[in-house]
Ligand binder design. Structure first.
Ligand code: NAD
Length: 250
């Protein structure tokens, strides 16, 4: 049974893989046997992380479709195929919606939704050509519920978009061997949530709103991605795997 989870001989790319949830996913895929490429806009943290974990690094800004194409092409050139793509890069911006700056709205959409589409497109065309592949997009429970107390309408809308984009692409590509799924984490302790976790009111609301009464470690998200990347999930496509300590049951 555990053989189904192996990624031996597969090439994987993880956007936003330099730190946080992405870094944990890199470790999970590597430990399952994949050759892993960290893809990140930050070359300093990206290279350092790749060196630390014995994996490779390729730079890209997911908001720039040409740079995304070049990164995926690099994986195919160096590795011979791209078998697993984890489109995970994301940012958050907390601001009341009534006077949210359109530039901030666009910035969040640009990384969190446009970037996921560009990465899916780059992965999808190469996987369709080879007749196989697994794409995993990082959504969020914020694509299902609206977080409180922090205002973040752009983030929530983008994540709902990621979940539905995933379903749309899954339908388009299923018959040609390419699976597309998403994960939806709840609150995870990373740099993205550090400011919120240091705010007493926010931290209390986040933890009280989570039936398990705590935030997740990044390492608790990675196994869900290994499952979706591997043959263990061979009949899953278009699904969203929620990993939220129960947040969305209330
Ligand atoms: P993080 O800030 O720790 O890491 C994000 C990584 O993405 C960084 O390495 C950053 O350099 C990279 N990145 C940012 N913009 C980029 C761009 N334009 N191109 C390429 N790389 C870029 O964040 P995290 O908490 O690890 O979040 C990872 C993903 O998980 C995001 O999509 C986030 O929305 C999602 N998520 C996080 C949580 C949480 O509680 N932390 C919950 C649900 C979903």
């Amino acid at each position: 049974m555990t053989d189904l989870f192996t990624l031996n001989g597969r090439n994987a790319i993880v956007t936003g893989g330099a730190q946080g949830i992405g870094e944990a996913i890199v470790l999970g895929l590597r430990d399952a046997g994949a050759r892993v490429f960290i893809c990140d806009v930050n070359p300093d943290t990206g290279r350092a992380s790749a060196e630390r974990h014995g994996v490779e690094f390729v730079a890209a800004d997911v908001t720039d479709p040409d740079s995304v194409e070049a990164a995926f092409e690099h994986v195919v050139t160096v590795g011979g195929s791209v078998d697993v793509a984890v489109n995970n890069a994301g940012i958050v911006h907390n601001h009341p919606s009534e006077d949210l700056d359109p530039a901030d709205w666009r910035r969040v959409m640009s990384v969190n939704l446009d970037g996921v589409f560009y990465s899916c497109r780059a992965a999808g065309k190469r996987m369709l050509a080879q007749g196989s592949g697994s794409i995993i997009n990082t959504g969020s429970m914020s694509g299902h519920i609206s977080n409180r107390p922090q205002p973040q309408s752009a983030y929530n809308a983008a994540k709902a978009g990621v979940i539905h984009l995933t379903k749309s692409l899954a339908g388009e590509w299923a018959a040609r061997g390419v699976r597309v799924n998403s994960i939806s984490p709840g609150y995870v302790g990373t740099e993205l949530t550090a400011r919120g976790l240091s705010n007493d009111e926010w931290r209390r609301a986040w933890i009280e709103g989570t039936p398990m009464n705590r935030v997740a470690e990044p390492s608790e998200i990675a196994p869900a991605v290994v499952f979706l990347a591997s043959d263990a999930s061979s009949y899953c496509t278009g699904t969203d795997l929620v990993v939220d300590g129960g947040y969305t049951v209330w």
